[in-house]
Design a protein around this ligand. Structure first.
Ligand SMILES: [Zn+2]
Length: 413
């Protein structure tokens, strides 16, 4: 048995204890209170990002000032075409992006992109839990719908039963698939017994497209394709109206709120209060953000909803632990006996009155455990060496040199 002690142990979004130790192996055995422990430390459950594109990490500082479609045309598609040609680049970007997320306390990530077999390697080496899907589309980066679907199904066969990894099907967005193709992805997911990961209602154009192309409202689309019938990660949901929220409530759907990218791309403000009040599960996602820090998403979310139903810190903390973990199927997201030992020890500055708030100004992550395995020790990643990360940066730059993609990517790694 191992143990980690802290001056505050956050057990759940509503409950914490002082001066306690958590005893665990792969799962949590018990919490022992009133132990003499070092001041200025907080222990939490591992955090989850339920919508992320690790492969777009080099584009993380390109979002500001553009609208979604223009950003995708100008930056995303050229970069993604290069990734398709050079699949190993997906490993380099994933290992760098995921390392950054891990040192920010993230232990579970839902990633949707391409070359996910390479991305899976980064998850396994770092010891982080991954929920993988391919961005299936019939235009844009793939030559055909079948190509992406087959690649995703192969991923289910290869990684579907591993401990750290889950696989679901990625129906990228209604605007990049036909109605029939979108429905087929959901039908196939049901047949395979896996979930779906999709973008819905990110920008107003997503709604007008459904109306002008199919004569459907968003709620009618959700009903027609069967989205509410599968375990789904519905990214963004900025323009969900009352009818579509009603379709998603009391289902297996999780809406993944991505406040930082929504702000920079000026997508709008997701109806978070309405979603929570309607009983829709809401998780948080880093998507493509300048920092790939889930705590930054918390801060942006708290700010953007001021005066719009005022979201509480407890609710946002719940979205990055309980809701994120439940959505990905990795556990309940609480520090409770019997739950997986996914734990993060944070160093914070004294004095601490409210440990939840203190977490937002944490100085560093000291230790991280996933399924009881130590993946960060004294602030350093244990799964890969600094040399591997240096090589990943170097390889990324080498591949970019002389390529059109190299003119816009962040060369800092
Ligand atoms: Zn996205």
């Amino acid at each position: 048995m191992k143990e980690v002690c802290a001056s505050y142990v956050i057990l759940s979004p509503r409950n914490y204890v002082k001066s306690a130790c958590v005893v665990f192996d792969e799962t949590i055995a018990r919490v022992e209170v009133e132990r003499g422990v070092e001041e200025g430390t907080i222990l939490t459950h591992g955090l989850a990002s339920a919508h992320t594109h690790l492969g777009l990490y080099p584009l993380r500082t390109s979002l500001a000032g553009l609208r979604l479609d223009e950003w995708v045309r100008r930056y995303v598609w050229p970069w993604e075409r290069l990734l398709r040609k050079e699949p190993e680049l997906s490993y380099y970007t994933a290992i760098l992006a995921l390392s950054r997320m891990l040192v920010g306390g993230v232990t579970a990530v839902a990633d949707m992109h391409f070359n996910e077999d390479r991305v899976a390697r980064a998850f396994t080496e770092l010891g982080v839990r991954g929920d993988l899907s391919i961005a299936i589309m019939s235009r844009g980066v793939y030559d055909s719908f079948e190509e992406g679907l087959q690649e995703n199904m192969a991923l289910v066969r290869r990684f579907g039963n591993s401990t750290l990894l889950r696989v679901r099907l990625g129906a990228t967005t209604p605007r990049l698939l036909t109605l029939g193709e979108y429905r087929e992805v959901i039908y196939t997911a049901k047949k395979l017994g896996v979930g779906v990961h999709t973008h819905i209602a990110e920008v107003p154009e997503d709604i007008t497209y459904l109306r002008s192309t199919y004569g459907m409202s968003l709620a009618e689309f959700i009903e027609y394709v069967g989205l509410a019938e599968v375990n789904s990660l519905v990214a963004h949901g900025v323009w969900l109206d009352r009818d579509s929220i009603a379709r998603l409530s009391s289902t297996k759907a999780t809406v993944v709120h991505c406040p930082f990218s929504n702000t920079l791309l000026r997508d709008g403000v997701a109806p978070l209060r309405e979603l929570l009040t309607s009983g829709v599960r809401v998780a948080l996602g880093s998507d493509v953000s300048p920092s790939y820090s889930i705590l930054d998403e918390v801060k942006v979310s708290l700010s953007m909803h001021l005066g719009r139903g005022d979201i509480g810190l407890e609710e946002v903390f719940s979205s990055i632990t309980v809701s994120g973990y439940k959505a990905l199927g990795f556990g309940e997201g609480t520090v409770t006996p019997g739950e997986p030992a996914d734990l993060v020890l944070w160093k914070v500055s004294e004095p601490v009155q409210d440990p939840y708030l203190a977490l937002l100004t944490a100085e560093e992550v000291r230790e991280v455990y996933v399924a009881g395995r130590r993946v960060i020790e004294e602030g350093a990643i244990t799964g890969v060496s600094d040399n591997v990360l240096r090589e990943a940066r170097r390889e990324l730059l080498n591949h970019l040199r002389g390529s059109p993609a190299g003119t816009f990517v962040d060369r800092g790694g």
